[in-house]
Design a protein around this ligand. Structure first.
Ligand code: 5GP
Ligand code: ZN
Length: 115
């Protein structure tokens, strides 16, 4: 497991910083975003640190596939049975602010921000 001592999301994964958990297993953690941009907005991270898709490789295929496959179940459990959106911001020009790869999972009744 690749971990970073001062990475915010590694610290959340270790339980050093509290979060409102949606799901946890050996490889993945999902928790509510502290500043929700939609009625339902949570984040899913691999517990093993990787900065973003810019620095991920074939060794991450399994966990990335697991995360995308898990998203619809968690979204529906959070009340997004009518649909949801996945967003991954990558790097400065991608608007990424926390440099630990994460999927935003957003949904709930509209209106909320269009893309
Ligand atoms: P990014 O802009 O990097 O794609 O998204 C980072 C997300 O992390 C933002 O939506 C922000 O609200 C959320 N966030 C930042 N700090 C914390 C925190 O300490 N706890 C939680 N739960 N979310 C955070
Ligand atoms: Zn990290």
């Amino acid at each position: 497991m690749n971990v970073s001592a001062d990475c915010l999301f590694c610290r959340i994964a270790r339980g050093e910083i509290p979060s409102r958990k949606v799901h946890e297993d050996a490889e993945v953690l999902a928790f509510h975003d502290i500043h929700p941009a939609a009625p339902v907005h949570f984040l899913m991270i691999p517990k093993s640190h990787v900065d973003s898709l810019l620095t991920s490789g074939s060794e991450h295929e399994a966990v990335l596939g697991k995360m995308v496959a898990l998203a619809p179940r968690l979204a529906q459990e959070q009340g997004c049975g009518n649909g949801f959106r996945l967003v991954i911001n990558n790097g400065p020009d991608g608007g990424q602010e926390v440099n630990h790869l994460h999927i935003h999972i957003m949904g709930g009744p509209r209106p909320w921000k269009r893309m």
